[in-house]
Design a protein around this ligand. Structure first.
Ligand code: SF4
Length: 259
């Protein structure tokens, strides 16, 4: 069997979740089915639950401090009030082309908060973040570390309205929408934040480094541990990032277990 650098317990958990979600075998480029099965068996023998005694994550960095306000007025301290304001927001040009504001999915008292980039066509139509193929991949990756938007994860985006043609969000749009995200983080108060994609990674880490250099470390967003990884939509287009993404989710799990 070729050497595989990941913990057998973690791989076992991931393969088990792949089977439960009927996700096929797309993720492992460097393992045969027999090798994966062998590692699953090893992981089962050693207990395929959450990893025990995780190693220390890299040292934290401090993100830019911020305060959630809107035009000088502090946003509501209650979640329902915040959502109500966001759903009718017209603070930037993206209000003109949206079908609806995409505020969040998952549970507001989640342990983990996933922050993506902006709604796409499916999200604009359904009103939920991370639906379609990228959403399924995110669910699979979360399941691989025993997390779920139904029980332990809150999901939202930096930008709440769909940019036309799925173009990148513009700096003034990010600035206009950021108070909602900051308030969401404050009210959900997650134990760990996972930023997926360049825009969320840069905004929350306060670093301008490219995503490939940003990932792999643990940052601090105003005291909350922050892990950065690739966006699932980008991962679907570039399978070469699969291993790095897998490692980032393992890091997320370790940080969560240490919190
Ligand atoms: S993207 Fe954000 S700031 Fe712009 S209209 Fe939508 S909710 Fe308001």
């Amino acid at each position: 069997m070729r050497p595989f650098p990941l913990e057998p317990e973690a791989l076992a958990r991931f393969v088990r979740q792949c089977r439960e979600l009927e996700a096929g075998e797309w993720i492992f480029e460097s393992l045969t089915s027999a090798e994966a099965a062998g590692l699953v068996a090893a992981g089962s023998d050693r207990g395929a639950g959450r990893p025990g005694a995780p190693g220390e994550p890299p040292g934290p960095r401090t993100a830019v401090e911020s305060r959630p306000d809107l035009d000088g007025n502090r946003l509501p301290d209650d979640y329902g009030g915040l959502k109500e304001i966001a759903l009718t927001c017209t603070r930037c040009r993206l209000a003109e082309g949206r079908t609806q504001v995409v505020f969040s999915d998952g549970i507001p008292d989640a342990r983990v908060m996933v922050v993506g980039e902006a709604p796409g066509a499916n999200e604009d139509r359904t009103g939920l973040p991370f639906v379609g193929a990228a959403g399924k991949l995110l669910d699979l990756l979360l399941a691989s570390v025993d997390l779920s938007r139904r029980s332990s994860v809150y999901i939202c985006n930096v930008i709440k309205c769909r940019p036309p043609g799925n173009r990148n969000p513009r700096p003034d749009e990010i600035e206009a929408c950021a108070p909602f995200l900051r308030s969401q983080i404050e009210l959900v108060s997650p134990e760990v934040i996972l930023a997926v994609g360049t825009f969320a990674g840069k905004l929350l880490s306060g670093s301008d480094r490219p995503l490939g250099k940003l990932r792999g470390e643990v940052y601090s967003y105003e005291g909350t541990p922050l892990v950065v990884t690739y966006h699932p939509a980008a991962l679907l287009r570039n399978s070469g990032w699969t291993r790095a993404t897998w490692e980032d989710f393992q890091l997320l799990r370790k940080v969560l277990d240490q919190s």
